[in-house]
Design a protein around this ligand. Structure first.
Ligand SMILES: [Zn+2]
Length: 168
C-alpha cells in the first residue's frame, strides 16, 4: 500500500462517521436526554417515587451514575474534542496547502499588513491605497475582501480565515 492510501482511508472513515453524526447528533442528544433520569440532587435520601426505577429504592443507581446522562456528557465532550482537532487539522491544511506560506517562510520579509494583525504571515499580492490616504500591502485573500467590501477585513474575520473556517 502506498503511504498516502492509509491516510486517505482514515480521512474517509472520519468523514463518513462525522456525516452520520451530523445527521444524527440532535436525535442522539434528544434520545439520551429523554432516557436520563430526573436530575438527582446530592442528597441520596430523597429518592423520587416518580422514577420508574422502583427496584432501586436505596439509590445505588444514583451512585453508579445515570448511564444516559453519562453517555450524553461523553457525546458532548467527544464532539468538543473533535471540533478542536478538526480546527487543528484545518490550520495545518491551510498552512501548507493554501495561499499562506509555512510559518517562518516569510521571516524577515514583509507580509500582508492585515494578516499581520492576527500574527499570521501571508505573501503580499498588492499594496492598496485607502480613502484616508493610508496604504496597506495585502495578500490575495485580504485583497479580495477589500474588493468585496471596500474595507479591510476585521481581525475576527482574518482569524477565522487563518483557522481555515469559511468566512464568505
Ligand atoms: Zn492578508
Amino acid at each position: 500500500m502506498k503511504p498516502g492510501t492509509t491516510i486517505a482511508l482514515e480521512a474517509r472513515l472520519v468523514r463518513e462517521v462525522l456525516n452520520h453524526f451530523e445527521r444524527d447528533a440532535v436525535a442522539l442528544v434528544i434520545a439520551l436526554r429523554h432516557a436520563e433520569g430526573p436530575l438527582r440532587s446530592t442528597g441520596a435520601g430523597q429518592g423520587g417515587g416518580s422514577n420508574s426505577d422502583v427496584s432501586d429504592p436505596t439509590g445505588t443507581a444514583a451512585l453508579r451514575g445515570d448511564p444516559a446522562r453519562q453517555d450524553r456528557e461523553r457525546v458532548e465532550r467527544l464532539l468538543a474534542e473533535m471540533r478542536g482537532k478538526a480546527l487543528e487539522l484545518n490550520t495545518l491544511r491551510v498552512r501548507w496547502l493554501e495561499d499562506s506560506s509555512p510559518e517562518g517562510a516569510g521571516e524577515g520579509e514583509a507580509g500582508c499588513a492585515s494578516c499581520e494583525r492576527v500574527g499570521k504571515w501571508s505573501p503580499i499580492r498588492k499594496t492598496v491605497g485607502f480613502p484616508d490616504g493610508s496604504t496597506h500591502p495585502l495578500c490575495l485573500w485580504c485583497l479580495r475582501q477589500v474588493r468585496k467590501t471596500g474595507a479591510l477585513p476585521t481581525r475576527a474575520l482574518v482569524e477565522r480565515h487563518a483557522q481555515g473556517l469559511r468566512c464568505g
